[in-house]
Design a protein around this ligand. Structure first.
Ligand code: ZN
Length: 314
C-alpha cells in the first residue's frame, strides 16, 4: 500500500484554531436533531442482529450500547434515516467545514490522505484483478478524494454521493458528477444493488477495538453524533459476508491513534493516572516510542481506523 507521509499530524488536517469555531454550529445541529428525540427508534445490533446489549456510555445525549454477542458498539435508540437526511441537509457544522476548515486544510489532506487513498484504491483494483470502471464515493464531502481519483485517470467515471448541499455544491464546482442524496435514497436496497456483480466495496470506518476508541471511550473524537455504528474487524467482516460479499482484505492502516490519545492527555481532557505503561509510551518517552508504537497498532489490527475490501458475489 501507499502510506501517507510519516510526518502526518492531526493538527494539519484539523487545524485547532478553526475547530474551536465549529463547536457552536455542531451544538445547533445536535439541538435540531434532538428536537425530534421522540421519533428515535431502538435497533438490534447492526452487525449480528442480536438484541441483547450492555450499556457502554452516553455522549451528547446519545446512548451507546455494546452487543452482548459480538461487541459491536452502536447507538440505540437512534435517529431514523429520515431524521438523518434532515440532519445532513440542514447541517450548519458542515457548511462551516465547507467554508473554513476544508479550504484551510485541503493541501495537507490532499497530499497526506486523499492522494495516497486514491492510489491505494487503484492498487487494490489491480491486485484483485478488477477492471476499474465507475467509482462511487459515499460521503464525498469536499470532493478532494474524487478529484484525486479523476486525476489518476484509472476509472472511466467518478460519482460523488453527498447529501449536504454546501458540500455537494463544492463537488459540482470541481466538475464532479454529484448525487445530492443520502446513499439510502440512491438505491432502496442500499449499496449492494448499485454495485456490479464482481465489483469492489471498500469501506473505511472507525473500529471500536482500536486504540483511539478503546482507550478514550466517549472522550474519543471518533465517537460523534454522525457515527451510529462502531464495528471492529471481525464484526464488520461478518456483516459484509452475510450481505453477499467475499471479504478480500481487512486492515487498520491508521496513523493517528497514539497522537490522538496523547493530545487528550496533554490538553487535560483525559487522565492516564494508574496507567504507567501508557504514560511512558505516550508522554514520557514519546519521541523514542511514539512512531513505533503507532506502527505496531496499525500492523496488529489495533488502530481505530479500519479498512475493509470486499467483492460482490457474481
Ligand atoms: Zn452483534
Amino acid at each position: 500500500m501507499n502510506t501517507p507521509s510519516p510526518s502526518l499530524s492531526e493538527s494539519d488536517i484539523r487545524p485547532d484554531h478553526l475547530l474551536r469555531g465549529h463547536a457552536e454550529r455542531y451544538a445547533a445541529d445536535i439541538a435540531r436533531l434532538f428536537a425530534h428525540e421522540d421519533e428515535f427508534v431502538g435497533v438490534p445490533c447492526p452487525a449480528c442482529g442480536g438484541d441483547e446489549s450492555r450499556p457502554a456510555f452516553e455522549k451528547l445525549k446519545l446512548t451507546y450500547v455494546s452487543c452482548a454477542q459480538c461487541e459491536t458498539m452502536y447507538v440505540s435508540p437512534r435517529p431514523t434515516p429520515a431524521l438523518l437526511g434532515m440532519y445532513y441537509s440542514q447541517s450548519e457544522n458542515y457548511a462551516y467545514w465547507n467554508r473554513y476548515i476544508f479550504p484551510a486544510s485541503e493541501d495537507a489532506r490532499r497530499e497526506r490522505i486523499f492522494r495516497p487513498r486514491a492510489e491505494r484504491v487503484a492498487e487494490i483494483c489491480g491486485r484483485f484483478n478488477v477492471t476499474p470502471g465507475a467509482l462511487m464515493e459515499i460521503g464525498a464531502g469536499f470532493g478532494t478524494f474524487c478529484e484525486e481519483v479523476r486525476r489518476l485517470g484509472t476509472f472511466s467515471r467518478v460519482l460523488a454521493v453527498e447529501p449536504t448541499p454546501d458540500l455537494a455544491e463544492t463537488c459540482r464546482q470541481r466538475g464532479l458528477e454529484v448525487i445530492e442524496k443520502p446513499i439510502e435514497q440512491v438505491s432502496t436496497e442500499g449499496m449492494r444493488s448499485v454495485l456490479s456483480p464482481g465489483g469492489l466495496l471498500v469501506i473505511s470506518c472507525p473500529s471500536v477495538k482500536g486504540f483511539d476508541i478503546a482507550v478514550l471511550g466517549k472522550a474519543s473524537n471518533s465517537v460523534d453524533v454522525e457515527h451510529l455504528n462502531y464495528f471492529h474487524p471481525a464484526s464488520l467482516s461478518r456483516l459484509v459476508t452475510e450481505s453477499g460479499f467475499e471479504v478480500l482484505e481487512v486492515s487498520t492502516p491508521g496513523k493517528l491513534d497514539a497522537e490522538l490519545v496523547r493530545k487528550k492527555v496533554l490538553a487535560g481532557e483525559f487522565s492516564l493516572a494508574g496507567q504507567p505503561f501508557l504514560q511512558q509510551v505516550l508522554i514520557d518517552e514519546w519521541d523514542r516510542l511514539g512512531a513505533a508504537f503507532q506502527q505496531f497498532l496499525a500492523d496488529a489490527g489495533l488502530s481505530s481506523h479500519l479498512w475493509l475490501v470486499a467483492r460482490k458475489a457474481t
